[in-house]
Design a protein around this ligand. Structure first.
Ligand SMILES: [Zn+2]
Ligand SMILES: [Zn+2]
Length: 330
């Protein structure tokens, strides 16, 4: 079984946070936090359709300029989400440059500011010198984006300022049985993506698909209904990835994190400090490695990956991982 979502932290755990999640077969990717990302392959960054920013401390947002710089010539808009105050941050960043020769570029940024009960969004177009327009307001009930395939939710955490945590869930996973296709003499090809899209949309079984036959050199095709092809696939529960950046270890934060990350296959959680320095962690509004492990255990996630270590542990990275893992597996 090939997973749909491939997640990787762009930097080492001592560097800026930025989690890149590629969606296989879609030529599309999502980014969680936009720290320094200049070392990452531009071709990969160009796939990003949505970026989710936990909060706008500089280590989580400094890479926004890199994205805009790369995408100026891109037709597809970049959608960015952030906490209360985010629209002013985005506008301020874009106002930091002179845009007199970019009217011809098709690029735009759609920014959305996520409040506990509503989302306020604005569009910034290169054609209009990135001035804010089309302000709109929608209600917010926990879900930021939802399509036939994926659902992205958010929760507000306390980091002395609001900090957003995110969960990305694949609604269900479609496994194609290549050997069953082969037994029936069917070739693989773009029709598989059509079939998957139809399944994700929940189309009726009567829908017809043209399937190339094996050995026909791609010339011979036969029509099948979705029902006819049913036995060539099985549906299994989809992947879930949770992302928690800077936040305090409070009861309310813990409750929200556990609910958001519950049962995740992969849980990315910040861990700024070792537990021996937990007073310092609280002063700075961060979690310790032990606290991250504790949250992972309570949320019953399958795998924990901690990041965002304070530079003072440069020689103790292994100790950070061990402390988190010990609390997680307890
Ligand atoms: Zn940070
Ligand atoms: Zn922070």
């Amino acid at each position: 079984m090939k997973p749909l979502l491939h997640a990787e932290l762009i930097n080492s755990p001592f560097e800026d946070p930025a989690l890149f999640v590629e969606i296989l077969w879609e030529h599309r990717a999502l980014l969680f936090d936009i720290g320094e990302i200049g070392s990452f392959r531009p071709a990969k960054l160009l796939k990003i359709s949505h970026a989710f920013v936990s909060h706008t401390h500089i280590d989580h947002f400094v890479g926004f300029d890199t994205l805009v710089r790369l995408m100026l010539n891109r037709e597809k808009a970049l959608k960015v989400f952030g906490p209360p105050g985010f629209l002013a941050n985005v506008q301020g960043k874009l106002a930091g440059y002179t845009w007199n020769l970019t009217e011809g570029y098709p690029f735009s940024v759609v920014a959305a500011e996520v409040h506990p009960d509503r989302i306020i969004s604005e569009t910034f177009r290169s054609q209009h010198r990135f001035l804010p327009e089309e302000k709109r307001e929608d209600s917010f009930t926990g879900i930021l984006e939802e399509d036939s395939q994926l659902k992205i939710s958010a929760a507000h955490l306390d980091h002395f300022i609001p900090s957003l945590a995110f969960a990305l869930a694949e609604r269900f996973h479609i496994n194609v049985h290549k050997e069953r296709l082969s037994e029936r003499g069917l070739s693989i090809g773009p029709w598989l993506k059509e079939m998957k899209d139809a399944l994700w949309r929940g189309d009726s079984g009567n829908l017809c698909l043209k399937v190339p036959l094996e050995g026909g050199g791609g010339m011979e095709e036969k029509e099948f209904s979705l029902d006819d092809l049913e036995e060539t696939v099985t549906l299994t529960p989809g992947q879930k990835i949770a992302y928690v950046a800077d936040c305090r270890f409070t009861e309310e934060n813990s409750r929200r994190i556990i609910r958001l990350a519950e049962g995740a296959d992969l849980f990315f959680c910040e861990a700024g400090f070792l537990d021996r320095d937990r007073d310092r962690a609280e002063e700075r509004g961060h979690l310790t490695a032990r606290q991250a492990g504790e949250l992972a255990r309570q949320a019953k996630v399958k795998k924990l990956q901690i990041f965002h270590f304070s530079p003072k542990y440069e020689k103790e990275a292994e100790g950070m991982f061990q402390e988190a893992e010990k609390a997680f597996r307890r």
